[in-house]
Design a protein around this ligand. Structure first.
Ligand SMILES: [Zn+2]
Ligand SMILES: [Zn+2]
Length: 159
């Protein structure tokens, strides 16, 4: 079994897999956030669309989501903070790493999640100012948490 795309260290079948194939529903905002990252990694834009909040979803479609992410190769995820603000509102702070045409970027965001019809949904996010191009040395540990050096792993992965 493969380790999960969301870098939890769990096998995919024990982590985001059952959410992505509809067998289970994420029980909290962090699980949903992780599963959305894994959905981007596997180009499961149907799942991305379905897990947007009601208000956001009506303005989106699968073609738009997939073309926006066309040249992005998702490398790894670091969840920094999970805050349950109330029973139906939570925030997750994370850094997602990605590669576009050989350049590595980080996206540092604090995302808002709401419980809508008993399911956690992503509503909006505040991008943090340190998002953007990053210098990652070729010998640094790969942010995908494979345990390999970056140069031997995701450096050359371009989707
Ligand atoms: Zn996962
Ligand atoms: Zn890697």
């Amino acid at each position: 079994m493969q380790n999960c795309f969301c870098c939890s260290g769990e096998k995919i079948e024990l982590c985001c897999g059952p959410f992505l194939n509809g067998k289970r529903t994420p029980q909290n905002a962090e699980q949903l956030m992780r599963s959305r990252f894994s959905a981007y990694c596997t180009k499961n834009y149907q799942y991305i669309l379905e897990t947007y909040g009601n208000e956001q979803r009506i303005k989106l479609n699968i073609e738009g989501l997939s073309s926006a992410a066309e040249n992005t190769h998702w490398i790894g995820l670091k969840v920094l903070n999970f805050t349950a603000i109330s029973d139906n509102f939570a925030q997750v702070e994370f850094i997602a790493f990605y590669n576009e045409a050989g350049t590595v970027y980080q996206m540092h965001e604090i995302s808002d999640f709401e419980l809508q019809d008993s399911q956690w949904k992503y509503t909006t996010g505040q991008m943090q100012s340190d998002s953007g191009k990053i210098k990652l040395s070729r010998n640094a540990p790969c942010p995908c948490t494979s345990g390999k050096k970056f140069k031997q792993c995701c450096l050359n992965k371009v989707s």
